[in-house]
Design a protein around this ligand. Structure first.
Ligand SMILES: CC(C)(COP(=O)(O)OP(=O)(O)OC[C@H]1O[C@@H](n2cnc3c(N)ncnc32)[C@H](O)[C@@H]1OP(=O)(O)O)[C@@H](O)C(=O)NCCC(=O)NCCS
Length: 166
């Protein structure tokens, strides 16, 4: 798939909702959160940034990220979603590279992604692992009994800065 990456506007809200729900992984509450973040971003809130992947005029994926409050140049990648029918064809990688490139250009240091230990998130974890993300931490039972929070991180600079002095 060749896709182009562009900013999102208000006209993309309904399609973003459809994509997020259509991923088949997220709870309704999480779908609502994605839309709230888009609304805040469109209202000019710099805490949440979005980029869309398009096939022609059609939105086929998006990423959402923002600076992590209270940190020095750390960012959270809040969402990355690709149309179910087009997963596995490189769109997610293009989105991720775009986000990382923007963060690097902006002096970004560390990217943090939160995901789940559930079996249905296995392809998602593999996606991050084969793109240079380390499985840094786990909080057992965080989401629900047997559903851990898994935190992935990627250092964008020297690989030294994120470490505490021993
Ligand atoms: C995770 C996701 C964003 C990856 O995007 P993508 O366009 O499918 O990924 P790419 O085609 O660039 O890369 C494929 C890689 O991702 C992994 N992957 C994840 N989900 C996949 C899927 N449904 N189909 C095929 N590969 C998938 C594969 O392991 C593959 O790894 P490889 O290149 O080392 O073989 C996308 O599959 C998706 O939207 N998943 C559901 C939502 C989600 O889990 N989002 C992340 C949490 S917010």
């Amino acid at each position: 798939v060749s896709c182009s990456l562009r900013p999102l506007g208000p006209a993309h809200r309904a399609r973003l909702e459809q994509l997020t729900r259509g991923a088949g992984l997220f709870r309704e509450e999480e779908v609502a959160t994605a839309l709230e973040l888009l609304d805040e971003s469109l209202a000019g809130d710099d805490d949440y940034r979005f980029v869309g992947a398009f096939d022609g005029e059609q939105l086929i994926g998006f990423a959402c990220w923002g600076p992590t409050p209270g940190t020095v140049a750390t960012s959270d990648l809040y969402w990355i979603v690709v149309d179910r029918d087009r997963q596995g064809s490189g769109v997610g990688s293009e989105l991720l590279e775009d986000v990382e490139g923007r963060l690097r250009a902006d002096g970004g240091r560390l990217v943090v992604v939160e995901t789940s230990s559930r079996a249905d998130y296995q392809p998602t974890r593999k996606f991050y692992e084969s793109r240079g993300y380390d499985r840094t931490a786990t909080i057992p039972g965080y989401y629900a009994p047997g559903d851990d929070l898994v935190i992935y991180t990627k250092e964008l600079t020297t690989g030294q800065l994120a470490r505490a002095t021993p």
